[in-house]
Design a binder for this molecule. Sequence first.
Ligand SMILES: Cc1cc2nc3c(=O)[nH]c(=O)nc-3n(C[C@H](O)[C@H](O)[C@H](O)COP(=O)(O)OP(=O)(O)OC[C@H]3O[C@@H](n4cnc5c(N)ncnc54)[C@H](O)[C@@H]3O)c2cc1C
Length: 150
Amino acid sequence: MKILIIGGVAAGTKVAAKLKRENRDYDVTILTKSKDISYAGCGLPYYVGNVIEQREQLIVNTPASFSALTGATVLTETEVININRDQKSVEAKNLTTNEISTYSYDKLVIASGASPIKPPIEGVNLDGVYYMRTPEDAIGLREAVEAGKI
Ligand SMILES: Cc1cc2nc3c(=O)[nH]c(=O)nc-3n(C[C@H](O)[C@H](O)[C@H](O)COP(=O)(O)OP(=O)(O)OC[C@H]3O[C@@H](n4cnc5c(N)ncnc54)[C@H](O)[C@@H]3O)c2cc1C
């Protein structure tokens, strides 16, 4: 059984870990466009406020530690750009090399989460307007605070 999972934060990693616990023989691969997997969204405000000091403390598992723990394969910075349901395959772009590869599946799990909306408020695209969804966002916000920009 070959299972592909799109997205590797809370839902994607949970599905992968559970599947491998159920059956070690399942071939489970996570494709995720972010650099990090399994990070603690709820920890981001604490990182900005310096209660959580180190970036590494936000990341519950790195791709390598998650793979070692569960046996699932993790491909980060890999964006799924097309799903071909008839052929049971997806096309994904390696965001580092721009190379496009095809991955086949028996079962597909879509755990691609959400992204923040930008409300149509005047000035919303100006410097100094921040979003907080990913570790990179929190790191950028804390850097701005520490640099006295906010
Ligand atoms: C500041 C903040 C504080 C929070 N605090 C709490 C809290 O206290 N308690 C709580 O329960 N929850 C909290 N949350 C919410 C929690 O973090 C989210 O509910 C959780 O991250 C959702 O997980 P998910 O796996 O469904 O989606 P996501 O976290 O959105 O992950 C989806 C992943 O899929 C990837 N992806 C999307 N499209 C593609 C594609 N085409 N190809 C490949 N990859 C793709 C994305 O890049 C992302 O990495 C908080 C969130 C934030 C931002």
